[in-house]
Design a protein around this ligand. Structure first.
Ligand code: NAD
Length: 482
């Protein structure tokens, strides 16, 4: 076990949490603060094949007893963890802010509390679940959800705490034990969560957290035959690798992947609200999977829209994420900032027009100015591929059919945003836009019981509500002769 680290008065363990114990590895990886890159926050234990085997063993050993509890008994642990998250909002918010760069205010007021809500929602959903029972063909039929086994949860760096809780809660509520592997660019909030899991009194091995790199620790975990579910959120290339490992062991696998979502604005829309929301896509420096990164506006309102959009974008403030005046956080890592700049450079070279931004805010800093690009045509790389940075494209359409066709013209299908003043159009276009979630005149409002997931290369499977509980269960049909 390594010594705990003091981060602005908050004690954080750099180690794994396996079988209810802190466990370390010989090697480490470092994590730094995105908005103060010279500041190293921690050297984290760098898990390997041995770590993966230890975690799989612990999760397997704990499974039978956890699965044998009633949903209400498991739910009591989840509610206890939610209580502790609520009691530790300030600590979790500060650690996540320093490690990932997300704005402190937003973490304190919304994001961390959503983590608690995720556990409560699944505790209650699983407890209140009513088995489907019906008579047919002379038999009484009953559909039973049976816990599936140890579940592996792999999360990305961009919303580590919220996504970890969103993904682990249904697995635990369904009666599975969990191994969570957070991303190595933002590992710290998961380690704080491990302390809260211990404090909540979860039985040893029910909820394990391991730290490390995808290619070594991640690979070892996905190929372990003791893992019975893999729930992944991250990029398309990684999903292809994990999908192959899941196929090898015939393990159900869900993938929540990238997006290139449209933000369609019709002439009958509340223009100010639409322009404000479009400029709001630069929040978190565009590191949001569901961001509406393709702004597609009806030709007749182009100038009026752009005037408002630029005014709202001018008001974006890049700075220290702890500062209440900051509205746009830094990019997570210089490697990622360079990747984003690579997209912009290639767009420029290919003949796209950089309307604003396009460069680092300050030499050596992790912010890139909010960037708007008018593509040469719809096949431009910045239109077709996820950038995951503060880069939006701008296109226009003449009629509804052309707008919808542009909206649906990429291989992705995670979400869509539509602005219109017509109820009729909201219903019609909302159905036509290709996306697992389509918002009309709003964005990011979510009901935790609704299905969530992507179409096309944006993913496989659905999370949320009963959909995730079904995924984490082996569904059995019990038929008894009447
Ligand atoms: P990534 O695919 O590089 O990494 C995601 C996770 O997978 C990390 O924990 C990483 O360590 C792990 N990993 C990498 N290689 C692995 C391997 N071979 N085996 C097992 N695990 C491995 O993604 P990222 O850069 O961390 O995240 C950004 C991506 O995530 C973007 O594409 C974004 O759109 C997507 N995302 C999607 C959603 C959604 O809900 N659809 C939400 C957030 C982020």
């Amino acid at each position: 076990m390594r010594d705990r680290i003091d981060i602005d008065g908050i004690s954080v363990s750099p180690d794994h949490f396996i079988g209810g114990q802190r466990v370390t590895s010989a090697e480490t990886f470092e994590t730094r603060c995105p908005f103060d890159w010279d500041r190293k926050l921690a050297d984290m234990a760098r898990g390997n094949a041995e770590t993966a085997a230890l975690a799989a063993e612990a999760a397997s050993a704990a499974f039978p007893a956890w699965a044998a509890l009633t949903a209400a008994e498991r739910g009591a642990y989840l509610h206890r963890l939610a209580d502790l998250i609520e009691a530790n909002v300030e600590k979790l918010a500060m650690v996540e802010c320093l490690d990932m760069g997300m704005l402190l205010e937003s973490l304190r007021l919304r994001v961390i509390l959503r983590g608690a809500a995720n556990f409560r929602n699944y505790a209650d959903l699983a407890t209140n679940h009513e088995e489907r029972v019906w008579s047919s063909r002379g038999t009484l039929n009953r559909v039973i959800r049976m816990p599936a086994g140890p579940a592996l949860i792999i999360t990305p760096w961009n919303a580590p705490f919220m996504l970890s809780t969103w993904k682990c809660a249904p697995a635990l509520a369904a009666g599975n034990t969990v191994i969570l592997k957070p991303a190595d660019w933002s590992p710290l909030s998961a380690s704080v969560l491990a302390d809260l899991i211990a404090e909540a009194g979860f039985p040893a091995g029910v909820f394990n957290i391991v730290q490390g790199l995808g290619a070594e620790l991640g690979n070892a975990l996905t190929s372990d035959p003791r893992i019975k579910r893999i729930s992944f959120t991250g990029s398309v290339p990684t999903a292809r690798i994990i999908g192959k490992a899941a196929a090898e062991n015939i393990v159900p696998f869900t993938a929540e992947l990238g997006g290139k979502s449209p933000l369609l604005v019709f002439a009958d829309a509340d223009l100010d609200a639409a322009a404000k929301k479009a400029a709001g896509q630069f929040d978190d420096s565009g590191q949001v999977c569901m961001a509406g990164t393709r702004i597609i506006v009806e030709e007749s309102i182009k100038d009026a829209f752009l005037e408002k959009f630029h005014a709202y974008t001018d008001a974006q403030v890049m700075g220290d994420s702890r500062d209440a005046a900051t509205t746009m956080s830094a990019l997570i890592h210089p490697i990622h900032a360079d990747r984003v700049l690579g997209f912009i450079d290639r767009a420029r070279a290919a003949g796209d027009t950089i309307v604003r931004g396009g460069k680092r805010f300050r030499e050596g800093a992790n912010w890139i100015e909010p960037t708007l690009i008018v593509p040469k045509d719809n096949q431009s790389e910045v239109v077709q591929n996820e950038v995951f940075g503060p880069v939006l494209t701008f296109q226009t359409f003449r009629d509804e059919a052309e707008g919808v066709a542009l909206a649906n013209s990429t291989a992705y299908g995670l979400s869509g945003i539509v602005y219109t003043g017509s109820e009729e159009r909201a219903q019609r276009v909302g159905r036509l836009v290709r996306g697992g979630t389509v918002w009309v005149n709003t964005f990011l409002v979510r009901d935790l019981t609704a299905p969530f997931g992507g179409i096309g290369i944006s993913g496989i499977g659905r999370e949320g509500g009963d959909y995730a509980l079904d995924f984490h269960s082996d569904l059995k049909t019990l038929q008894i002769l009447e």
